[in-house]
Design a binder for this molecule. Structure first.
Ligand SMILES: Cc1cc2nc3c(=O)[nH]c(=O)nc-3n(C[C@H](O)[C@H](O)[C@H](O)COP(=O)(O)OP(=O)(O)OC[C@H]3O[C@@H](n4cnc5c(N)ncnc54)[C@H](O)[C@@H]3O)c2cc1C
Ligand code: SF4
Ligand code: SF4
Length: 743
């Protein structure tokens, strides 16, 4: 159960978000979420959210009402997003108030004195009425106060919202002081209100803080700073510069997320012995005058005096607050797993009965699953998704060999208009890829004006149409009929009777396992060998594993249908270790191919070769490539097969890693020094790579250190234009590694 829980939770990052539609509306009608909480990582983009949501709400026919008791809009949170939303809505004639828990622009107010606020990204103009330019935080906040005053915006500070409930005709918003009614509510509460805690004894002492406001207040003191991110290190450096003796306790064994500048300043302070860094350490407790650190997994402890401690380990998304408002979060495993399993079983059993009572049972089971999935049950959605994939692939087996309960009738039942189910499967596949491919092309290519993504999606859709639909279903037959392939081949029954082998024009071994098996025409053997061991390695040399994201039909479905769930790709080291599974599948493919080739010489291999082929077909070609990954698209993103089980992806990884190791590869991703640690790149990587980690260290990301498939989405989504595809550099400059100062 623990393992299952960890697996289901693995796609969740610290940046887990509420589920919103394209207009920021949540599953609670009339309740919108914008800003940091909804994925805007910087002030400028949070401001943009504010303008967009106000435009959307103001355009609704019922946006304004006459009832003086009911506000047209209540905005919760007076940060960049909330203030800009309220100002824009007020400009459009809506009656608006802003409810703020603390003070105006509280998050920015809470930054250390004099902090410089960057107005990135440069390429995006600031939208709305709030002012934004690179400035000290004090100047920025004072301009915002001025704008609020000039626009007479009603901002009620020190009035935190405790609940929002749906009422007839609108929403009821509760604070400790009052209850308000509104037609619509925009939640812009950011993520910073919930500082992460260590949960150790003594953390509630007055001398233990979770933010540092003014380093200038501390001189000649013993201070502990806990954390390894930029906020913690900036605080430690500022305190050290002010003449304090600072210990930094960090649980990791190196700083992996520091800006270059912070890394350099820290190194200076460490060398000047004003900061001591204790890696692989955890605070065990805070006593009155000392704190205790557990170092190197408890191998030793350190007790040190302190006057102040700053625990700066980030902030948590306010999940409980959001849930209390009824807002669904990404990857919330809602619903009942047992009931969902019962629904699946009832549906399949009903189909198996194959009589009116059975059809009724199947309809009831499926109907209930769909109904509860539409009402938000994730377990039921899993059931529906499984039933769809299982039916499609279970019935696609050779007639008479379909999976239970479709055996003996499934293939036939789906073979309509004089065409077999395998033909309609290809039509369905191509249709789905086209529809969702165009959507993805718009999302990543047209909307973001990104030519790389436009061409990538055109390529994927075109390969599907030409090589995986038109050629095997029509053009191959035409080529034979009109002898485009030459008279000799066109009259060879071994060639003409196997149109399906034309999939091997693009699918290389061992993805298209049968290129070399089952007595193929020589032409396929020669082409298969050339493609698999000649053309593909050259492609890999120049483009890494881009075959997966530009050409392949399996990767194509993942990049199109699976695209909307890309952020749910399992993350973390554990999820990467599972990638070893594709080495096992590759090993099986190699062993079976060799056994089939050798069986004529060693007849003892005949039986294992035949069984190996049967099992490979069942396990790899049906369950691993079809049923399981497609079922899991909405839960773990589209790349389950490609990342965990595809033997060709593994083979390309081996080649690409070797090319990188010998410094001949032309494929890598590089970063400049502008990363703001927003996490967008890592969130959107479909193979769960922690791209941000590379970006912050400005370390080369390649196919030796990751399983990158070159989709380029990380490059596209980065708001700071940090990432770019570039050939690996000859000798990589390593960033300074911070040394531990002596105990
Ligand atoms: C260390 C650090 C440095 C940064 N530096 C920069 C930078 O230089 N440039 C940049 O562009 N971005 C920077 N950012 C990011 C920037 O702070 C955020 O992107 C931005 O503040 C998000 O705006 P927001 O309006 O969504 O949320 P916030 O600014 O967090 O505003 C949320 C508001 O909601 C209020 N609130 C919370 N709960 C409630 C409640 N229940 N009821 C009522 N009110 C509530 C809060 O008090 C707060 O005022 C930095 C972030 C950090 C952590
Ligand atoms: S690292 Fe970037 S290019 Fe590589 S797979 Fe992830 S998102 Fe795509
Ligand atoms: S590299 Fe990643 S974390 Fe850094 S700014 Fe770009 S998207 Fe954000």
């Amino acid at each position: 159960m623990k393992l299952l829980g960890a697996l289901l939770e693995s796609p969740n990052m610290p940046t887990r978000r509420p589920v919103v539609d394209a207009n920021f509306e949540t599953n609670v009608p009339g309740l919108y979420v914008i800003g940091d909480l909804s994925g805007a990582p910087v002030v400028k983009l949070a401001m943009e959210h504010g303008v967009k949501v106000a435009e959307h709400i103001a355009a609704k026919p019922d946006a304004r009402g006459d009832d003086g008791q009911v506000f047209d809009l209540i905005v919760i949170g007076a940060g960049a997003a909330g203030l800009n939303a309220a100002l824009s809505a007020q400009d459009r004639g809506l009656r608006v108030i802003v409810l703020e828990k603390n003070k105006i622009a509280n998050t920015i107010e809470d930054f250390p004195e004099g902090k410089w606020i960057y107005a990135e990204p440069d390429s995006v103009p600031a939208k709305g009425k709030l002012w934004l330019d690179g400035a000290r935080k004090e100047d920025l906040v004072s301009r915002w106060h001025q704008i609020i005053g000039e626009n007479r915006l009603d901002v009620r500070t020190e009035e935190g919202v405790t609940g929002v409930t749906r009422r007839k005709g609108g929403l009821e918003v509760r604070t400790a002081k009052q209850t308000y009614l509104a037609r619509r509510v925009v939640l812009a509460t950011g993520q910073r209100g919930n500082p992460r805690k260590l949960g150790v004894s003594g953390e509630d002492r007055e001398k233990v803080y979770h933010r540092l406001y003014s380093p200038k207040h501390y001189h000649e003191q013993d201070i502990l700073v806990v954390g390894g991110g930029n906020s913690a290190i900036e605080a430690a450096v500022a305190l050290a510069e002010n003449g304090n003796r600072v210990v930094v306790s960090y649980r990791g064994s190196e700083f992996s997320r520091l800006f270059k500048d912070n890394r350099r300043k820290l190194q200076q302070e460490v060398e000047a012995r004003r900061i001591q860094v204790v890696f692989r350490s955890n605070v065990r407790r805070f006593d009155e005058a000392t704190y205790v650190l557990e170092v190197e997994d408890g191998a030793r402890t350190m007790e040190k005096p302190y006057q102040h401690a700053f625990v700066l380990i980030g902030a948590d998304v306010p999940t409980e607050f959001l849930r209390s408002l009824g807002i669904q979060l990404e990857n919330d495993w809602t619903g009942n797993p047992v009931a969902a399993a019962a629904g699946v079983l009832a549906t399949l059993s009903g189909l198996w009965l194959h009589q009116p009572a059975g059809w009724a049972l199947a309809a009831a089971g499926l109907g209930w699953l769909v109904w509860s999935a539409l009402r938000g049950s994730r377990w039921s959605l899993l059931g529906v998704s499984f039933l769809a994939a299982y039916t499609i692939y279970g019935a696609k087996q050779a007639p008479g060999h379909e999976f239970w309960p479709y055996r003996g009738w499934g293939f036939q039942a789906l073979s309509v208009f004089n065409r077999p189910w395998s033909f309609w499967y290809t039509v369905l596949y191509t249709g789905v890829m086209t529809v969702f491919g165009i959507q993805a092309l718009k999302r990543w290519g047209l909307d973001k004006k990104d030519r790389f993504q436009i061409w990538r999606y055109i390529s994927l859709i075109s390969f599907q149409w030409i090589f995986f639909f038109l050629i095997p279903e029509y053009l191959f037959q035409a080529a034979v009929k009109y002898q485009w392939v030459g008279q000799k081949l066109a009259s060879d029954p071994n060639f003409t009777g196997a149109a399906w082998r034309s999939y091997g024009l693009v699918y290389a071994w061992p993805l298209f396992f049968n290129t070399f098996l089952g007595n193929p025409s020589q032409v396929w053997v020669v082409w298969g060998a050339l493609l698999s061991f000649g053309i593909l390695p050259i492609l890999v040399l120049f483009h890494g594993k881009r075959y997966c994201t530009w050409i392949c039909g399996c990767g194509g479905l993942a990049e199109t249908l699976g695209d909307r769930w890309r952020h749910l790709a399992p993350k973390g080291k554990g999820s990467t270790r599972w990638e070893l599974m594709n080495a096992i599948v590759l090993g099986a493919a190699v062993a079976i191919t060799l056994a089939v080739f050798a069986q004529d010489a060693w007849t003892v291999l005949r039986k294992p070769a035949a069984s190996g082929l049967d099992y490979y077909h069942l396990i790899a070609d049906t369950w691993l490539v079809g049923i399981l990954p497609v079922t899991l698209y909405p839960f773990f993103g589209g790349k389950v097969w490609c990342r965990y089980w595809c033997p060709l992806a593994k083979l390309m990884n081996v080649w690409s890693a070797a090319f990188t190791r010998f410094r001949v590869s032309r494929f890598a991703i590089h970063s400049n020094d502008k990363c703001i640690a927003c996490g967008e790149c890592s969130r959107n990587c479909q193979v769960g790579i922690n791209v941000m980690n590379f970006a912050m260290k400005q370390e080369e990301l390649n196919t030796l250190n990751t399983s990158c498939i070159g989709c380029g989405i990380c490059v596209t989504v980065c708001p700071m234009d940090v990432l770019s595809f570039q050939a690996p550099k000859p000798a990589q400059a390593r960033l300074v590694q911070i040394q531990m100062a002596g105990d």
